[in-house]
Design a protein around this ligand. Structure first.
Ligand code: ZN
Length: 147
């Protein structure tokens, strides 16, 4: 951190807040300050991310805060959107190809039905996730206009 809080808020308090070491009054103070100080809000988020990273080396699914990390330029926004579209097309193509291969194969009806069900479910799940991400990417740039 090279920048510091414009209102000279004690960073130790922010860190203590994260660890749950503060008294109720101090905790309240941090919460109120963080609400309208972008610097300390960022500091809190950064400390939390660091804390989470050191606490667990296992894979942690990205939470909403990380998904919210918006691309900085129109170009990266565009490429992210294109990435999701391509991913979506790829998933659909693989699913369709796989199902077609299976359908023309000499596998028994039961196997075909089982694989069809599983593949279709997987494809639908991936497509729904992709669509969600796409919708989020489209609305993101307008969500924090007041910054
Ligand atoms: Zn502050």
């Amino acid at each position: 951190m090279c920048a510091s809080c414009p209102r000279a808020f004690d960073e130790a308090l922010v860190s203590g807040y994260l660890d749950g070491e503060l008294t109720q009054a101090a905790e309240q103070k941090v919460r109120i300050h963080v609400e309208d100080c972008a610097h300390c809000r960022a500091l809190l988020a950064e400390l939390r991310t660091m804390r989470e990273a050191t606490m667990s080396t296992a894979f942690v699914a990205p939470d909403d805060r990380q998904w919210d990390e918006r691309p900085r330029s129109g170009l990266s926004l565009l490429s992210r959107g294109a990435g999701w579209v391509l991913g979506l097309v790829w998933v659909a193509a693989v699913a369709v190809y796989g199902l077609w291969q299976l359908w023309i194969s000499p596998a028994g009806l039961v196997e075909k039905v089982l694989a069809f069900g599983g593949l279709s479910a997987l494809a639908l799940l991936l497509i729904s996730v992709a669509l969600d991400r796409l919708a989020a990417a489209r609305t993101d740039p307008y969500r924090e206009v007041q910054k």
